[in-house]
Design a protein around this ligand. Sequence first.
Ligand SMILES: [Zn+2]
Length: 137
Amino acid sequence: MTVMLRKLAAQESRRMLGDAELGERATLLSEQYLEGRARPAGVRWVTNQNSRWGSCTPAEGSIRLSHRLQGMPDYVVDYVLLHELAHLLVPGHGERFWKLLESYPRTERARGYLEGVAAAERLPRRAGAAEDPAPSV
Ligand SMILES: [Zn+2]
């Protein structure tokens, strides 16, 4: 990473959302794209999740986002959040699942961004890659 990119990343992460704001954002995304059907009980950042961008526990309604998303564009964070919200309604990555994400206009763009990041780090693809066998991103 160049010095300039590092500076940019540092700036972006300074205006990072707190856990409370993340919860509010999840509620808004659910209302806008999922007719308010996904009702997360708790959304928080975690630092112990490096192999996934996000995960959720549908039984508890809890969603966790990797701190590695901090500093990424809003539309990417929103996508991962919406992805996990959709998992509160539909497990796995079947047709019904992707149908839920259809109304979010930047799904493909966000997935491309995350795949690019993963490829750059030479790590396996995550965040809902079609061939990802893990049901929760
Ligand atoms: Zn998923």
